[in-house]
Unconditional design. Structure first.
Length: 241
């Protein structure tokens, strides 16, 4: 579904952020992209969405990410931003959910049906007509996920989906992410969430793939994590949340 082939990128000349990065994500996989600050995680997301251009090839469902293919690419990828306030820009949750489907050419009836189906699936019917500026941070994060799902993407990219959430809302988001039956690429410093939601992990360090493999193996390797400026998930380190 997603493939990076020898991708390099620099915001400033002679200061590379990604260095010859290659990896594959198969359809239906849930993959956690982890690494310390500055490892290149956000840059991977930007390159996938065509918000930046680097060297090498990036493929989404067999289509190379280029300027002329961006409309097709962005129909296949849904992106849940770390800050939901930057994503929810219409007055109500419902208006946000139907905005993209209507712009993709669906009728009002089709867009309504799609929004209602997603809200029911996520048990969020009570949010439908709520104003975005009057719902809590946890509700807004769930509404942002619902908005992306209403686009019916083939893969979902999530940037720090549990950041700044209290334990109750964090668990709701985790359970929701686990139930999504589609390709998922999730960046997060919340390694317990990655352990709960992802079958495989890609570890970036200083712009390179330092390790990749089953989440249970990578996230239990204290030596590997600490050598790349990370720590064991709290649930594996024997410390309370």
């Amino acid at each position: 579904m997603i493939e990076f082939q020898h991708v390099s990128f620099a915001y400033e000349k002679d200061r590379p952020v990604l260095k010859d990065v290659s990896f594959r994500i198969e359809k239906g996989e849930a993959v956690g992209l982890i690494g310390a600050n500055g490892a290149g995680k956000s840059t991977v997301m930007k390159l996938l969405l065509g918000l930046a251009e680097g060297e090498g090839r990036i493929l989404v469902d067999g289509t190379e990410v280029r300027r002329d293919t961006l409309p097709e690419i962005r129909r296949k990828l849904g992106f849940v931003l770390q800050n939901s306030d930057n994503q929810m820009f219409m007055p109500t949750v419902y208006e946000d959910m139907v905005f993209a489907p209507l712009n993709y050419g669906l009728s009002r009836e089709e867009a309504d049906a799609r929004a209602d189906a997603v809200l029911k699936r996520l048990h969020l019917e009570d949010l439908k007509n709520r104003y975005n500026h009057k719902i809590s941070g946890g509700e807004k994060r769930m509404a942002a996920i619902a908005t992306v799902l209403a686009m019916e993407p083939e893969a979902v990219l999530m940037d720090e989906p549990t950041s700044a959430l209290d334990p109750y809302n964090r668990r709701i988001v985790i359970n929701t992410v686990r139930e999504l039956e589609m390709t998922k690429l999730i960046t997060s410093h919340d390694l317990d969430m990655i352990l709960d939601t992802c079958g495989r992990v890609i570890l970036l360090s200083e712009g390179r793939v330092a390790a990749e493999g089953p989440a249970g193996e990578i996230l239990r390797d204290r030596t590997l994590l600490e050598s790349n400026r990370m720590e064991l998930p709290l649930s594996l380190a024997g410390r309370p949340y």
